[in-house]
Design a protein around this ligand. Structure first.
Ligand code: HEM
Length: 485
């Protein structure tokens, strides 16, 4: 059967045009493609060789799945109201994420969460109000980078970015920042919990696709580890909620943190405590790794392409001219924005858009194919951004394609480059993510010249976990520049 075991009985032929796809193995289908290595690359070459880039059907054990590797089909899937749900992994369910924005089914509760977060956490006014926090987290990072460079002669950037990103999101969500020198115990506990959650959500769990396996095969001990993590998360978040309750006034100002906002909700909007824990915890998860790893990819490309780094510094020099580098200045730097877009194109942090979608009814596509209800639908954004029919010289890192050619909206309006997804489930944190990465990259380049580290050359190999990150963390020589701001 085209598509394999989960597509038997003509499931892939419901429309005028059948959906092509590999036969896969008995029982497992094409599960091994997802369970190891770089799934986005394997799926891209499978779709290419089968002339199935528009849509390819395949089986993940008993779960029928399709993947779109072309902008047109990707748009039809992501923006269709019939794909507004997501299939939920066992780990996400056990970690309470079915009550958080990313996995809550399309309905009143999910719409309420989107509304609350877009007006109180992600609105331009709120993002601006939290700028002092972004500046503060950068100032700490700057000091730590300078001292590591002085001590070791090079800098391993990842840990600095991760601490800044964690503190930044903790600041705007929980109103709390950590100083490694003073709060090492609590910070370590939090870091460990975030890492455990990432590992569990990113781990490939065979029983998500072959349910009966769960009775005797759970190599990552997903169930047991989730059961151990949930009480720790509840305890940490509840303590923070109690501290906020004790602090009195529920008046919510622009720079209030998200806990205050959730506590101030009244009537039908009021969330119960478990829902609050889920929503708050999800923000920490989604907001930490994505900004840190995108900044690391940008900096790796800038170390490899010194001429691009010099050009960016020139742009910064003329824009700063005695002023502080702020969000407002950064937003008006076309070359910096082009460098970030080009990094999102070459290294989309979610190459398969992180969380899939689920068809809630049969969906007819404009090419005559029909995706049956209950099919898991993925978009291979990496395949689209590396397709030579869509992008000229797709493997070349060239920010100029965005300054010299037509500009491209990366926030979901143009499916040739939609690293934040699109449609009603598009990433709500996209503006916050872009503003944070923009400010930090601008400041890193303004304060240091970033050169190659002779002992650790830049290696762009990827590893796909919850997001796609550099397999070998970036190490570079950061030569301080004599700048005041
Ligand atoms: C570079 C930064 C980021 C990237 C590349 C990114 C990417 C994505 C992608 C691809 C999706 C799935 C969209 C879809 O299905 O169409 C998503 C969803 C989501 N993201 Fe982001 N994200 C980033 C930053 C953030 C930040 C900073 C936050 C919050 C603090 C956040 C919160 C979320 C949430 C809550 C969802 C689920 C939305 C829903 O299902 O309704 N993201 N993100």
């Amino acid at each position: 059967v085209g598509g394999g075991i989960a597509w038997k009985n003509g499931r892939n032929k419901k429309g005028k045009t059948p959906i092509p796809g590999p036969h896969g193995l008995p029982i497992f289908g094409s599960l091994f493609v997802l369970s190891r290595g770089l799934a986005h690359r394997s799926l891209a070459s499978m779709a290419q060789t089968r002339a199935a880039t528009q849509l390819m059907a395949f089986s993940l054990g008993s779960t029928p799945a399709v993947v779109a590797s072309d902008p047109h089909t990707a748009r039809e899937i992501l923006t269709s109201p019939h794909f507004a749900n997501r299939p939920i992994k066992q780990s996400a369910k056990s970690l309470m994420f079915s009550r958080a924005i990313g996995f809550a089914p399309n309905g009143t509760y999910w719409r309420l969460l989107r509304k609350i977060s877009s007006s109180h956490l992600f609105s331009p006014r709120r993002i601006l109000a939290h700028e002092p926090g972004r500046q503060l987290d950068f100032a700490v990072m700057l000091r730590n980078i300078a001292s590591e460079q002085k001590l070791s002669g090079s800098v391993s950037l990842r840990k600095h970015l991760q601490l800044a990103a964690l503190n930044n999101i903790m600041g705007s969500v929980f109103g709390k920042r950590y100083d490694p020198a003073q709060d090492s115990g609590e910070l370590e506990e939090l870091r460990e919990m975030v890492k455990e959650g990432f590992d569990l959500l990113g781990a490939f769990n065979w029983s998500d696709y072959i349910p009966w396996l769960s009775y005797f095969y759970d190599p990552f001990r997903v169930v047991e580890r989730c059961e151990a993590l949930v009480p720790r998360v509840r305890k940490l978040v509840r303590v923070i909620i109690e501290e906020h309750k004790l602090s009195g006034s529920r008046k919510v100002s622009d720079n209030a943190d998200f806990v205050d906002v959730l506590l101030s909700l009244e009537g039908e909007e009021k969330l119960n405590e478990d829902d609050m824990v889920a929503v708050l915890w999800e923000m920490i998860f989604r907001g930490t790794d994505t900004t840190a790893l995108l900044t690391e990819w940008v900096m790796a490309e800038l170390v490899l392409h010194q001429e691009i780094q010099t050009k960016l510094r020139e742009e910064l020099k003329s824009a700063v001219a005695g002023n502080t580098l702020t969000d407002a200045v950064v937003a008006k730097l076309p070359y910096l924005q082009a460098v970030i877009k080009e990094t999102l194109r070459v290294h989309p942090p979610g190459p398969l858009l992180s969380w899939a979608r689920l068809a809630t009814s049969d969906v007819q596509l404009s090419n005559g194919m029909v995706i049956p209800a209950n099919t898991t639908a993925m978009v291979n954004m990496w395949a689209i951004t590396h397709d030579s029919h869509v992008w000229e010289e797709p493997h070349v890192f060239k920010p100029e394609r965005f300054t010299e050619g037509a500009d491209v909206d990366v926030r979901g309006g143009d499916l040739r480059l939609a690293p934040f997804g699109a449609g009603r489930r598009v990433c709500p944190g996209k503006n916050l993510g872009l503003v944070t990465v923009g400010l930090w990259v601008a400041k890193l380049v303004h304060h240091f010249e970033w050169g190659p580290d002779g002992d650790h050359t830049v290696d762009l190999s990827e590893v796909l976990k919850l997001s796609c990150e550099m397999k070998h963390p970036l190490s570079a020589v950061a030569s301080p520049r004599n700048v005041v701001f």
